[in-house]
Design a protein around this ligand. Structure first.
Ligand SMILES: [Fe+2]
Ligand SMILES: [Fe+2]
Length: 192
């Protein structure tokens, strides 16, 4: 699937608002890819498809996870908000002909992160949090940091997301916790 096809596909699957978000994530992902020497086309494709399963029903997502347990990454045991990334990666792989494992990985982990995230995984995760229309408190700070230091930005981003989830009284996805601990351990120290 090329970028034009991906764009058309998600335009048909998403509301105007989410389509606009998607295009903004693509812009930010390409910008970060340029800074960090990542393949821009891969970043663009992952960004275009990242929320492609966000507007299907929970039942439909559950069906996709059950149909492809080998790609479900913990599946429906995990909190429902993370399902759409995993489902998007499954659809991309099984229905839309996306074969690039790096792209599929970035799509699948864009909501929760995971231990051992690749540079592309991190770029998409951060682009999704800092796309042009995002206006949560602290987003400007993260936009500055992500352009200077990808890992420091990931650490801040995962902490922000995990703290937010916990503050809402919602269950934290074990993968998010593990992603944070992994980056913390790799960055070596004292940010806890
Ligand atoms: Fe998402
Ligand atoms: Fe998104």
């Amino acid at each position: 699937m090329n970028l034009k096809q991906a764009k058309e596909l998600v335009h048909g699957r998403l509301s105007d608002k989410r389509y606009e978000h998607t295009l903004n994530v693509k812009k930010m992902a390409v910008k970060l890819a340029k800074i960090y020497g990542e393949d821009e086309e891969r970043a663009a494709l992952a960004a275009l498809l990242h929320d492609s399963a966000k507007e299907i029903s929970k039942d439909e997502m559950r069906e996709i996870l059950r149909a492809y347990p080998q790609y479900a990454e913990g599946g429906e045991e995990r909190p429902a908000p993370v399902w759409h990334g995993v489902c998007a990666a499954i659809l991309a792989r099984t229905q839309w002909g996306v074969t690039d494992e790096a792209v599929l990985s970035a799509i699948a982990c864009h909501t929760a992160g995971k231990p051992g995230m690749t540079r592309l995984d991190k770029i998409l995760y951060l682009a999704d949090m800092t796309s042009a229309e995002r206006d949560w408190p602290g987003v400007e700070k993260l936009r500055k940091l992500e352009k200077k230091n990808l890992d420091a930005a990931m650490l801040a981003a995962l902490k922000q997301t995990n703290d937010f989830v916990l503050s809402q009284g919602k269950p934290l996805d074990p993968m998010s916790k593990a992603a944070y601990e992994d980056i913390l351990a790799r960055s070596g120290k004292n940010e806890r």
